[in-house]
Design a protein around this ligand. Structure first.
Ligand code: DP6
Length: 442
């Protein structure tokens, strides 16, 4: 390892006799990169693995990347010869990196590291040094982990993306997606913005089980996404163990993977390409419902949705039917939260009004903490003032069914967002999560 300090340039051999000198000189530097990565919501679901270790799925899946301004993970990765072991902090708390998923991602990315030189700081790291140098990693989600929103997707994608930048890994995002996949399956789809397909692949080593971008976020920028974070009392079965149980016991899963999803993937690709909202909605809703049917078909059955989730489905179904053409698509992951995709802003405004009519905030809740993200929709809906929710009229199409303003507290809050961009490096030094001098959390 060669370090240049000012005019001096000295070559040290790690592990050799000069290691002590090296450390003394080298303690001076910490080299780091900060990146931001989005989360994603599947519209054709991944549910079931054919290889648990490499994380290889039983079917292809398709997702929409969510705008990282509203939902994202920020990760700072740092390297320094002064670090004595790999360490990681998640949302400010130190966590163990000993799990096989972290270990697999770290091993894969280290093996691909390249030469790095920062002349200004006098740092030069050679390819072979990455095996010996230790890392500090700090990661933060801009949404509450307890909300039950998939944080592992953005988290592992951000870990792999930021390390690839730190280590000057010369690989395209699809190759990186195959590494992120080994942290959490859905993470591979967060390496791209817009609309993304994870191809299951057929190779045993998983090298062809990668994500590809179908279209970027500008391709279909009419879409507005509203997430209802549904309150839940029960501890949910994790995706990992839930899908394992489904693979072991559900015949419907086998039928789905073999006969249903392959056709749906082709149809969904067409729908996205043509911005065909009617097909997009039909496929998204049907696929979400089939995924939850597979959960019910699992022994013992798994219940991810609750009464509030079911009420939201009825609301959207009735509205879509009364309009004649679909206005809103819904999809639910391994939890009760509803992800609603409106065909345009006008529809999103009506949707938000309807949602707030049926699921108003508790009396002491401030509207600014009840509707978060892109709150301009709230303004357009005329709901940013005091007492505005009380004055809402029932949506005309659906007033006969679901009991009106009696669902206070069933929804914790709403997040307004849209399809968004893929991972980016954050060059702004003020956004780093690790101290540039010590490499410890700020
Ligand atoms: C329901 O990616 O969380 O969100 O690969 O075991 O980490 P592991 O599971 P994970 O599963 C996500 C399942 C899903 C559907 C989807 O995102 O496609």
């Amino acid at each position: 390892l060669q370090i240049s300090l000012g005019t001096r340039s000295i070559t040290y051999t790690l592990g050799g006799a000069s290691r002590e000198n090296f450390l003394m000189a080298a303690e001076k530097w910490v080299y780091m990169v900060t990146a931001q990565t989005p989360t994603n919501i599947a519209v054709i679901k991944y549910w079931g693995k054919r290889d648990e270790v490499r994380i290889l799925p039983v079917n292809d899946s398709i997702s929409v990347t969510l705008d990282p301004d509203h939902l994202c993970t920020v990760t700072t990765v740092a390297v320094s010869p002064a670090f004595d072991r790999d360490r990681m902090w998640l949302n400010g708390k130190e966590i163990s990196l000993s799990g096989s998923r972290y270990q697999n991602c770290l091993r894969e990315i280290r093996g691909r590291g390249g030469d790095v030189e920062d002349k200004e700081k006098g740092i030069r790291i050679e390819k072979k040094d990455w095996e010996k140098l230790h890392l500090h990693i700090a990661s933060h989600n801009n949404f509450p982990t307890a909300a039950g929103l998939a944080s592992s997707a953005a988290g592992f994608a951000c870990l792999v993306f930021s390390l690839a930048k730190l280590m000057n890994v010369d690989e395209d995002p699809s190759h990186l997606s195959a590494i992120a996949r080994q942290g959490s399956g859905s993470a591979c789809r967060s390496l791209f913005g817009g609309f993304v397909k994870w191809t299951m692949g057929s190779k045993e080593d998983g090298s062809d089980s990668v994500a590809v971008q179908l279209a970027d976020e500008k391709h279909w920028d009419d879409l507005v996404i509203i997430i209802a974070v549904v309150s839940s009392r029960q501890k949910e079965t994790s995706s990992t163990s839930g899908m394992r149980e489904s693979v072991e016991t559900s015949l419907l899963l086998q039928h789905r993977a073999r006969d249903v999803v392959p056709k749906r993937i082709l149809q969904m690709e067409e729908a996205i390409k043509n911005r065909d909202f009617a097909s997009f909605t039909k496929l998204s809703c049907a696929d979400s419902n089939q995924f939850h049917a597979v959960c019910l078909d699992t022994s013992p059955p798994i219940f991810y949705m609750n009464d509030t989730s079911h009420r939201i489905i009825s609301l959207v179904e009735k509205w879509n039917r009364s309009e004649g053409t679909p206005q809103v698509a819904y999809t639910f992951d391994a939890g009760p939260n509803a992800v609603l995709i409106a065909r345009n802003r006008k529809v999103a405004v009506q949707l938000l009004q309807g949602l707030l009519y049926y699921f108003p905030p508790k009396s002491d809740t401030d509207m600014r903490s009840y509707v978060v993200g892109d709150t301009s929709i709230l303004k357009e809906a005329g709901l940013d003032g005091e007492n505005s929710v009380e004055s809402l009229q029932p949506p005309p199409e659906i007033k006969d069914n679901i009991g009106s303003q009696d669902q206070k507290g069933e929804v914790s809050y709403f997040i307004c967002t849209r399809p968004g961009r893929g991972p980016v490096v954050l060059p702004d030094q003020t956004q780093t999560l690790l101290d540039p001098e010590t490499g410890l959390p700020k």
